[in-house]
Design a protein around this ligand. Structure first.
Ligand code: NAP
Length: 318
């Protein structure tokens, strides 16, 4: 079978080759899955560059979420490859217990996109931030993979959603996804907008995959007893929370690393999958797939993702 492999750390558009490799053999509790669609995530880029917390031994096949067909049963499943990345290939191994049924009615591309960012969003908003109906939710980078999921999940939870994004095309995407208020934060300061539209109350929950200045500014417009969820650092700068400022508004800075539940509470993935499947059936969740490319164009697809130019999810199909 063919699989993309990173042979040395660096720009993923340069350090990967599409290799002929042996088809993997399932171990105990594993199934062999024929990949039908693999969705890209920002961590794919960071992992290839050696800048992600997870550092698989070289050479490795990138790709952390997919929709595929279990060889032998034909069941359509979604999830992550067993034991690490590996989805940018024709076949993967998956742990049987973590291969979840793909919701009926979702295309392979959308089903592949329902896993990592939606699970992260659901755990972040509900379990970590305890988002309540009627609260104000501020989602940064709202047109990206993580952001589009958070807007839909916020609206599904009954929150009022303010989304920031870079440029008019992206703010339009946020609006189409149901955001009540949108701000192009590359041309307008979002702090006064949040204060104004919330009548001075501020954002009860901030969902931040950007970090840097966006995190710093969010502390200026977070509500009393607000929860600022730290999701990632696409800006390239890891911000610092000021302990004295937390006391000014009794707000919390909440860490979110979804993958850690694999070690601490693996049952959560199945529970969240059930909730997401319900939301898909109700029509309140519908993953936005911005681009679909053939698997042999993985380096170009990763370069597109890193360019900050994509909306929603970028998906590869073998
Ligand atoms: N904590 C977790 O468990 C978890 C799980 C999944 C992902 N993540 C993290 O969430 C973040 C987003 O991932 P994603 O897959 O949603 O990526 P994505 O779809 O590419 O979205 C990232 C967005 O970040 C914004 N951005 C701001 N400054 C940027 C810069 N200097 N360079 C590039 N983008 C910049 C861009 O939106 P604008 O142009 O609108 O600013 C971009 O679209 C990543 O840091 C990822 O590691 C964390």
């Amino acid at each position: 079978m063919r699989a993309w492999r990173v042979h040395e750390l660096g720009d993923p558009s340069k350090v990967m080759s599409f290799d002929e490799v042996e088809q993997p053999t399932p171990g105990p509790g594993q199934v062999l899955v024929k990949v039908r669609a693999a969705a890209l995530n920002f961590p794919d880029v960071l992992m290839a560059m050696g800048m992600y917390q997870e550092k698989p031994p070289l050479p490795f096949t990138p790709g952390v979420e997919l929709c595929g067909e279990v060889v032998g049963t034909g069941q359509r499943v979604i999830g992550s490859p067993a034991g690490g990345p590996g989805a940018f290939a024709e076949y993967v191994l998956m742990d049987e217990a973590a291969a979840f049924p793909a919701p009926e009615g979702l295309s392979d591309e959308k089903a592949a996109s329902l896993y990592l960012t939606y699970q992260t969003g659901y755990v972040g908003l509900h379990r970590r931030a305890h988002l309540q109906a009627g609260e104000w939710l501020l989602v940064h980078a709202g047109a990206g993979g993580v952001g589009t999921a958070a807007i839909q999940l916020g609206k599904a939870a009954g929150a009022k959603v303010i989304a920031t994004a870079g440029g008019p095309r992206k703010t339009e995407v946020c609006r189409e996804l149901g955001a009540d208020v949108v701000v192009d934060y590359t041309s307008e300061d979002f702090v006064p907008v949040v204060k104004e539209v919330t009548g001075g109350h501020g954002a009860d929950v901030v969902y931040d995959p950007v970090g840097g200045d966006v995190f710093d500014k969010s502390t200026k417009c977070i509500a009393f007893e607000g929860r600022l969820v730290v999701v990632g650092f696409t800006s390239g700068r890891i911000p610092e929370a000021k302990a004295n400022h937390l006391l000014v508004k009794n707000y919390s800075v909440v860490g979110l690393h979804w993958g850690l539940y694999r070690k601490h509470e693996p049952a959560i993935f199945g529970e969240v999958h059930e909730q997401l499947t319900r939301l898909v059936a109700e029509g309140s969740v519908d993953p936005l797939v911005g681009e679909v490319l053939p698997l042999d164009q993985a380096p170009a697809a990763l370069a597109r993702l890193a360019s900050r130019d994509t909306v929603g999810k970028v998906v590869l199909v073998p």
